[in-house]
Design a protein around this ligand. Sequence first.
Ligand code: SF4
Ligand code: ZN
Ligand code: ZN
Length: 352
Amino acid sequence: MTNHLAEVGRGSLRCSLCEEPAVTLVRYAKLRLCRKHFAEFVRRRVIKTIERYRLIKSGWKVLVAVSGGKDSSALLHILSEVSRQLNFEVVAVHIDLGIGEYSRKAREVVEKLCGILGVQLVVLDLKDLIGASLPELVTRSRRPACSVCGLVKRYLINSAALELGANAIALGHHMDDLLPYVVKNFITQDLGGIGKLGPGTESEEGLIGRVRPLYEISEREVALYAYVQGLPVVESSCPYTVRGGSIEEEVRRFLNSLEEGSPGIKIAFARALAKNLDFYKSRLLGQVGRCRYCGTPTSAEVCAFCRLTERGLGKPMGPAVRAKIREIVERGVKGFSKAVKNDRASSHKPGE
Ligand code: SF4
Ligand code: ZN
Ligand code: ZN
């Protein structure tokens, strides 16, 4: 966070709204903000995003996918803070991928965060569900790790959302995650791909809609929010993380340099895209049928998860996984009593 602090002269400048030292300068809003007012500013922007794009309705149950990283941890914290005002319920889901020490740490961090917030947590252990960890599945399926991981996570989170009766799945994607892919897909003219990168998708039978309440928040703002709130986050990276050299990385740098000269241009881009999203969505292939094994909507005869597990593990695991998740959810719902929130004020001290 030293960059943020350097930006405002290491605390020598005061917050625009109070006498406390500023921790950041929000250039597009022309505001210097202290820890408290910065956190409030982010939460207000998330509320506006939810309202602007009608992402979450009153009375909904929202399943937040939490990996243990700063983005999804910040999202869970923000949604649990604003849920009372907007009248929705928050439940968290975490997938233990079985990637050695990284997964152990991630699970520990998510359990701690949910304990602090008093949020119900459903943990899905991949090895328990399909008999193989992510590294084992990657080896057996001979596919790139992140593509296997993305596919598995999508299927498991959707299954958990269906079993929990959730109305939406909230993802911690911020605009610096999404906009570089929009540009990349435009370059390759994958217009349908752009259609998936908006603030939210509608639910359909068998597929719960996904919402991105951090759609208008930048990566730096999310990181600073997690820092000023003192959220527990996993510090190490997944060993499969690919660094540098990608088109998305290049585009991200380019968009950030544009933002330097024209503060607010990334938000304007995100909003303009959201307005034209129907056009891009119309380029997407529809889910024309249902998986012959598990019933998930799919454009093929067998869904991607059943295909992957059939190829890697010898049989399509969709139905068995759905049944196990149903059991876990039923056990979890019965066994869960809203934990008395630990002393949140002291739990969220910066630098903890
Ligand atoms: Fe999964 Fe790849 Fe992310 Fe690791 S880096 S958690 S394998 S998507
Ligand atoms: Zn202030
Ligand atoms: Zn299937």
